[in-house]
Design a protein around this ligand. Structure first.
Ligand SMILES: NC(=O)c1ccc[n+]([C@@H]2O[C@H](COP(=O)([O-])OP(=O)(O)OC[C@H]3O[C@@H](n4cnc5c(N)ncnc54)[C@H](OP(=O)(O)O)[C@@H]3O)[C@@H](O)[C@H]2O)c1
Length: 248
């Protein structure tokens, strides 16, 4: 086990599945105590067991990020685990698509509650203690689609565009106090989140330099870099990890 994150506590939302789970395993392998979170306690226990089986340490804290009270409770319980949260990975997100005229106010709220509002209020609940310690690192998950006009992605892409703007504003607000805030912008990654697209997911990578789906571990590697010491001069970037999809 690498020890580059030894002594750090990392809260990773949506780490019961996909990119979050891969990130939890990687940060734990670098020595962080990982707080695994999601709604599904069974899958949460599975991520914790996988980390512990590899010699790492982790705790599961259940939360439903569509509910602001649950977001606040997650922040409170996360701070109780080791007394501090040094790293926050705002990974949980939902990826629904639909033609804009078919989307309902409820779908708008569902997407924005989880993809934007929970990100905002979880980060702002944890930032004061990071500032108090004079150090901390936040990585938000965006998407290549945040800067594109891909038909059917209106609510999803715009919610992630908001996340990209929050990333830059927070970098400016909290960087001077020792907290670095960055984002990773994945292309299409082979996870449950992408599963509803089936073979249709090829539209997201056909003709890109990599010409394939990415793997969750390839996104985890970028998150791990951004939260670590090697990235200590990096503030406010939106790092594309997308097989080249962003050069279209
Ligand atoms: N996969 C891609 O192609 C892709 C591309 C670009 C960006 N991204 C972004 O990367 C992030 C992870 O995506 P993924 O594909 O790995 O997703 P995923 O496999 O669908 O996993 C989503 C995670 O979010 C959690 N989650 C969903 N709703 C939640 C809620 N209401 N409260 C708490 N947790 C909730 C789920 O946990 P529970 O089920 O346990 O609640 C799960 O752990 C997302 O922000 C997504 O937008 C993904």
């Amino acid at each position: 086990m690498s020890t580059s994150l030894s002594g750090k506590t990392a809260l990773i939302t949506g780490s019961t599945s996909g990119i979050g789970r891969a990130t939890a395993l990687l940060l734990a392998s670098h020595g962080a105590h990982v707080i695994v979170s999601g709604r599904d306690t069974g899958r949460g226990a599975g991520t914790v067991a996988a980390i512990q089986d590899s010699g790492g340490s982790a705790t599961f804290v259940a939360a439903d990020l569509s509910d602001l009270a649950s977001v606040a409770e997650l922040a409170r319980l996360a701070l109780e685990v080791t007394g501090r949260v040094d790293i926050l990975v705002n990974n949980a997100g939902i990826l629904p698509f639909g033609t804009s005229t078919d989307l309902t106010p409820q779908q708008f709220d569902d997407i924005y509650d989880i993809n934007v509002k929970a990100v905002f209020f979880l980060a702002t609940a944890l930032l004061p203690t990071m500032v108090e310690h004079g150090e901390g690192s936040i990585v938000n998950l965006s998407t290549t689609l945040a800067t594109k006009g891909f038909a059917g992605s209106s609510l999803y892409a715009s919610s992630k565009a908001a996340v990209e703007t929050l990333t830059k504003v927070w970098a400016a607000e909290f960087g001077p106090q020792g907290v670095r805030v960055n984002a990773v912008s994945p292309g299409p990654i082979a996870t449950e989140g992408l599963a509803p697209f089936g073979d249709g997911a090829a539209v997201f990578y056909n003709g890109t330099p990599a010409n394939r789906l990415g793997q969750p571990e390839e996104i985890a590697a970028a998150v791990s870099f951004l939260v670590g010491e090697d990235a200590k001069y990096i503030h406010g970037v939106i790092l594309p990890v997308d097989g080249g999809a962003s050069i279209w």
